[in-house]
Ligand binder design. Structure first.
Ligand code: LLP
Length: 439
């Protein structure tokens, strides 16, 4: 049974505590819904991915790039920088947060399948370490931007190795029929190699592959590594030298439910090392420098969402059974993952113990939509009442970062907690914020 809670969560007399602060006191001070971020847990995960890469790969260790799309704000980026790892951004907006946080630009890697001319120019001008190229059109844009800035821009080519990873369709990325990358099988990848070599302003460092997200088994990563390394060998065969870098992307799964066994750095990096060394031996290549891009695995487990129960309602089902609908004060505006991907979560009553019988329940939000579900099916005590607090673990990745203002619900704050101290690092939106854009 994996633990769904971050490392500084404890339960004292049935009440959830984070780094010594009780759910009740946190709820009183910061309101609900709120994302609470376990700072020590986040920092430890960022550090352990970095050190596991170095331990497994030694001189062939490239960089861990934290995938900022999972969650970023300036404070969290300062922690990322302090942990020594790099950052993956995929839009100008994420790059702007990184620049505002004074993130070391040479450790930034820029992604995106439709980077605008302005985004590319800015990335080149500020001096990002790497741009991961996703289309032929982009190659011309990078060359122009680099020529204008009188720079040589380092790039990787994003390749689709043609793998079906076992995850939800919307978050699987490396089969053939997707918008990302250059397909190896169709010849597009080779075409991109030829195109990029036309430009002295661009330095091709190697290849990149990202096969999907929330993947709980290492098999697909090994197959992807083999295909990318085979492609590195084709490059060597044609041009007579080896490219020095390979980025294997992110996608390492976490436990949303106690039965999910997460992919942890101590297991992932040795497995990647085995796959990479085997493939390099097979194709007679030196080990390239290996980079990875975990997002969810660093921030996902580090946050939980605290909601307050507002209403409960018993609904008679066709089967003759009943279901208890528990409505909380957030929903699809702070966690769209249940409706979008059928994601599963668990929850506990955070403010007290209950010895009441459990009942089939559904935790729903406050939005004007039937699909506004936080947890579709869960057994919860039948004595849940308005005012009770529900804590939903593992909401750090793609929760706040995908939050919306649907129904004009202000987005929740993020509160960092460490050693008995809690501080707001992203404040709650207000009604004034909601009106601020109206002319
Ligand atoms: N690198 C690249 C190129 C990516 O596209 C992604 C995620 C990552 C790294 C980080 O993947 P992670 O380690 O976080 O799984 N909104 C979806 C996930 C979309 C992932 C998009 N790309 C969700 O809520 O599950």
């Amino acid at each position: 049974m994996a633990n769904v809670w971050s490392s500084k969560i404890t339960f004292e007399k049935g009440e959830l505590h984070l780094a010594g602060l009780s759910a009740k006191s946190l709820g009183r001070e910061f309101g609900t819904p709120t994302f609470f971020l376990d700072e020590d847990d986040f920092r430890a995960r960022a550090t352990s991915w970095g050190s596991a890469l170095t331990e497994s790969f030694g001189a062939a260790a490239g960089s861990v790039y934290y995938a900022g799309k999972a969650f970023i704000c300036t404070e969290v980026l300062r922690w990322v920088a302090q942990s020594g790892i790099g950052l993956d951004v995929c839009t100008g907006g994420e790059l702007a947060v990184a620049l505002a946080a004074d993130f070391p630009v040479s450790k930034i890697q820029v992604h995106g399948n439709n980077k605008s001319v302005a985004e590319i120019r800015r990335a080149v001008e500020v001096g990002v370490g790497t741009i991961v190229v996703d289309s032929l059109i982009e190659i011309e844009r990078i060359a122009e931007a680099a020529a204008a800035a009188k720079k040589v821009q380092a790039v990787l080519l994003r390749l689709t190795p043609g793998i079906e990873a076992h995850t939800h369709e919307s978050i699987a990325t490396a089969h053939e029929d997707v918008k990302f990358g250059f397909s190896i099988a169709s010849g597009a990848a080779w075409q991109a190699v030829v195109a990029v070599r036309q430009h002295p302003e661009i330095e091709l460092r190697g290849f990149h592959g990202h096969i999907g997200s929330q993947i709980l088994s290492m098999d697909a990563f090994g197959i992807a590594a083999d295909r990318l390394i085979e492609f590195l060998s084709l490059y060597r065969d044609e041009f007579g030298y080896e490219l020095p870098e390979l980025d294997l992307g992110g996608g390492y799964g976490i436990s949303y439910l106690p039965e999910d066994e997460p992919l942890l750095p101590a297991q992932v990096l040795p497995a990647l090392h085995r796959a990479v060394t085997t493939a390099c031996a097979k194709y007679s290549l030196e080990l390239p420098r290996i980079s990875i891009e975990p997002g969810r695995a660093i921030v996902g487990p580090a946050m939980f969402t605290l909601y307050e129960v507002g209403t409960t309602k018993e609904v008679l089902l066709e089967s003759g059974k009943t279901r208890n609908y528990i409505s909380v004060d957030g929903g699809m505006s702070d966690n769209i993952r249940t409706s979008l991907y059928g994601a599963e979560y668990t929850t506990v009553i955070a403010n007290r113990t209950s010895t009441a019988k459990v009942r089939e329940s559904r935790v729903v939000g406050k939005h004007c939509e039937t699909g506004d579900i936080v947890i579709r099916d869960i057994d919860l005590p039948e004595d849940l009442v308005p005012g009770d607090l529900l804590a939903v673990p593992a909401t750090g990745a793609y929760g706040r970062s995908m939050a919306s203002n649907y129904n004009h619900v202000p987005r929740p704050p993020v509160v960092a907690v460490k050693n008995g101290q809690a501080r707001v690092i992203v404040r709650r939106e207000t009604e004034a914020d909601l009106l601020a854009l109206d002319m």
